[in-house]
Structures are given as structure tokens and as C-alpha cells.
Ligand binder design. Structure first.
Ligand SMILES: *Cc1c(COP(=O)(O)O)cnc(C)c1O
Length: 425
């Protein structure tokens, strides 16, 4: 078989940038990306035969590690019943009931094919329900690549939409108001100004796409209070954090509840999926009951549902979160200890089955703080780790993920590699 650099050179001729999703090009870490031949447990096997302890985990879904036997068996059974029906089938109901049991605020739910579709549809639904146009998002929060959400303000100031990607028209982004995360005063000011025009506020309650940020005490509570007071729909995007930081996503760790929640990643058991759900009176605005349109040829496809149901049922049975948290703490301790010995400022954020770290002397609470962190050491740590059998996310702005397949041997190996990587800085 060809090696990774040959494959990547050929791929660049036929696939833009050689990749089907940009961060896979490894540009932020200055390396040629490797090609995976297979994945099992916490390990990836490259086409060269190298074995890597994986902290990307298919960008989050593989919470039991790769190729979990139970999930695989569920998919194999489902395949024998047919590769997709385009009609109703019982697994759709099972998933809807399961999600309601885990997150009771989900009175009703619709399945989609990706997280992007879920957030896009949730925003459309909120606009249809409220008959308002403006939405609020926070700088640094990522909600997939729908036009209205692909916007991030250049500054923390109250700025009306400046598109972040070429091809997003100013009109598509004009009704998107960008605020700094963790800034309750900015939130109060925005609502005082245009509160009655705001259809929805969408956020990752714990942003995971700028590394991992955690909310300051009271921030989410303020947000809930303002949304309720002004009649804006609060949407939690838990595509990443859902079933990752607890069985209830971030909602297992704080008391604030949204009107709608978006899910994805883990609930597909490794296959493509998304979902949005919440209050019945809002969800019933969707066609065929109401005027808000949303649909999809593959929505509720039996294979992702089979994988996802197996994954969610196994998570409920095993509650692996304390164990994942412990593994994360071991890695944090090793990294912080090495950094302290070297006199290198390091912030290590960790929650349930995810973590990230920043080379920054100050607390990291929002996008501006993230951008003030030093990226050069991250690049070196990434490269050292990869050369020593550990695959960290190939960007300082991606969260790393843990799985139940990361056993003591893998965590010990990683703790050592991380510490040694930091010692070489
Ligand atoms: C991954 C992600 C999305 C997009 O999901 P896709 O399935 O990649 O479309 C949306 N929101 C958050 C928070 C995510 O992490």
C-alpha cells in the first residue's frame, strides 16, 4: 500500500486541500497528515503500520473507543434488515424515547444527518416560532457550517454580522449578533437594546471548539433569565458535549435548561447523525403540524440509529464519566507538573471525557483569551506526541477526547509523553 505522503500528494490533486474537512490537513501543526488503515479501541493504525493512542476519536463520537463490539453488533443486525427504508421504523421511536428519558426537557425530537443540520433547523424553528429575525451567538462558539452561524466577531464588541467565510453574504449574517462568551454585562446590554427582536440565543454551554471553555458562575443563569424575560428561545448546542461530559451533557453539571437542544456526534455511535428537540409547543411548529419546514432523505436512517441507540444504552448502563474524568485528571497533573518544572505557563481545562490546554499565564475564559495563548509550544507538543505514538487534536483550538478504551497503560504512556513533550520546550 502507498504511504501517507504519497496518498496525500495524490489526494491534493482530486480533493481540495486533500481533505474532506479542513482541520484534517494538519496545517495548524505543520505536518503532513497520516492516513488511517484501521482503528480499534483507543488506537489508530496508520497505513505505515504505526500505532497511535487516539485523542481525536473521530472528533468525539467514539466514547467507547473505536470498533466497540456492542455497537458493531447492533449495526450488523440492522444491516441485515435493510440499508434504509425511507419509511417509519421502530428504532426512530426508540431513539426519541431514549433521548427523552436521558434529557426530560426533550418532549419531542427530530433526527438529522449532522450537527450542522440540527443547529440550522433549530434556529429556523426558533425564528418561525417567535416570528422574529435576530439570533445571538458567541464568539468562538461553533455550530457547524450553516451560513447564519458561520460568523464570529473580530472583537468582543457588540458587532452586527461580519461574515467569517467567503461566500456567506452579508445578508445571511446580518441578523446574527455576536457576543463574547462569559460576559454577562454584554448580554444584558444586548438584550436591553434589541431584546424584543431576538428569536434565539444559541451557544455551546461549555464551548469546545476553541479548546474547552467553562462558564463563569452565573453566566448561564443570566442568559436563561434574559431569554425568558424577552421571549427569546434558548438553544443549547450540545453536539459535542452531549453524552460526553455527563449522561445529560453539560446539563448534568449545572441547573440551567434550554428550550431546545441540539445533539450529534456520540448519539450516532460513530455514524453520521444529528438531532434537535425540546419543548413540544415549539417542536410542533415543524411540518407537517406547523409552518416551519425541515426534512431529509436520510433523516432517521436505521444504521446510525442502531449504532446510536446501542451507544446511548451502553452509556446509561455503564456511566463511564467518573472514570473518564479521572483519566483526564491524570493527564492534567502530568502536564501541569512538567510545565511548572520548566516555568512554562499552562492552563489545563478538563471536564468529563474532554480536555484542552493553553500556553497562557492567565485564565482562559473567552475567545480573546484563547487567541492570546501561545500556539508555537502547542505545535511542538503535538509533533513530539505524534512522533511518540500519541495523536492529539491537530490544532490548538480543538478539544481532545477520552474514551473508556483508554486503559491505564494508554493513560500512563500519554502522561509520560505529554510531560516529556513539555520538557523539550
Ligand atoms: C461538530 C459540531 C457541530 C457540527 O456537527 P457536524 O455533524 O460536523 O455537522 C455543531 N456544533 C458543535 C458544538 C460541534 O462540536
Amino acid at each position: 500500500m502507498s504511504n501517507s505522503s504519497e496518498l496525500f500528494a495524490r489526494a491534493q490533486k482530486r480533493i481540495p486541500g486533500g481533505v474532506n474537512s479542513p482541520v484534517r490537513a494538519f496545517r495548524a501543526v505543520g505536518r503532513t497528515p497520516f492516513y488511517t488503515a484501521s482503528a480499534k479501541g483507543c488506537r489508530l493504525h496508520t497505513v505505515e503500520g504505526a500505532e497511535l493512542v487516539d485523542y481525536v476519536l473521530a472528533w468525539g463520537p467514539a466514547i467507547f473507543g473505536h470498533d466497540d463490539p456492542e455497537i458493531r453488533a447492533a449495526v450488523q443486525t440492522a444491516v441485515l434488515a435493510g440499508l434504509g427504508f425511507g419509511t417509519n421504523h421502530a428504532a426512530e421511536l426508540r431513539m426519541a424515547e431514549l433521548l427523552h428519558e436521558c434529557l426530560p426537557l426533550i418532549d419531542k425530537v427530530r433526527m438529522t444527518n449532522s450537527g450542522t443540520e440540527a443547529t440550522m433547523s433549530a434556529v429556523r424553528l426558533a425564528r418561525g416560532y417567535t416570528e422574529r429575525t435576530k439570533i445571538v451567538k458567541f464568539a468562538g462558539c461553533f455550530h457547524g457550517h450553516a451560513d447564519a452561524l458561520l460568523v464570529r466577531a473580530g472583537s468582543g464588541a457588540l458587532t452586527f454580522g461580519h461574515p467569517d467565510s467567503a461566500g456567506v453574504t452579508p445578508a445571511a449574517a446580518a441578523d446574527t449578533l455576536i457576543l463574547p462568551y462569559n460576559d454577562a454585562d454584554a448580554l444584558e446590554a444586548a438584550f436591553a437594546g434589541v431584546g424584543t427582536e431576538i428569536a434565539a440565543v444559541i451557544l455551546e454551554p461549555f464551548p469546545g471548539n476553541v479548546g474547552l471553555l467553562l462558564p463563569r458562575t452565573g453566566f448561564l443563569e443570566t442568559l436563561r433569565r434574559l431569554c425568558s424575560h424577552y421571549g427569546a428561545i434558548l438553544i443549547f448546542d450540545e453536539v459535542m458535549t452531549g453524552f460526553r461530559v455527563s449522561l445529560c451533557g453539560t446539563m448534568g453539571l449545572h441547573a440551567v435548561r434550554p428550550d431546545l437542544v441540539c445533539l450529534g456526534k456520540i448519539i450516532g455511535g460513530g455514524m453520521p447523525i444529528g438531532a434537535f428537540g425540546g419543548r413540544a409547543d415549539i417542536m410542533d411548529m415543524l411540518a407537517p403540524l406547523g409552518p416551519v419546514y425541515q426534512s431529509g432523505t436520510f433523516c432517521g436512517h436505521p444504521l446510525p440509529l442502531a449504532a446510536g441507540i446501542a451507544a446511548v444504552e451502553k452509556l446509561r448502563r455503564e456511566n463511564p464519566y467518573p472514570r473518564l474524568e479521572q483519566a483526564g485528571k491524570t493527564l492534567a497533573a502530568a502536564a501541569l507538573d512538567a510545565a511548572q518544572h520548566k516555568g512554562i505557563p499552562l492552563q489545563f481545562h478538563q471536564c468529563g471525557g474532554m480536555f484542552s490546554f493553553y500556553f497562557n499565564a492567565n485564565p482562559v475564559r473567552n475567545l480573546a483569551d484563547v487567541m492570546a495563548s501561545d500556539t508555537a509550544p502547542f505545535k511542538k507538543v503535538f509533533q513530539y506526541a505524534l512522533d511518540n505514538g500519541v495523536f492529539l487534536p491537530p490544532s490548538p483550538y480543538e478539544s481532545a477526547f477520552l474514551s473508556t478504551a483508554h486503559d491505564t497503560a494508554a493513560i500512563t504512556q500519554t502522561a509520560e509523553v505529554l510531560a516529556n513533550a513539555i520538557k523539550t520546550l
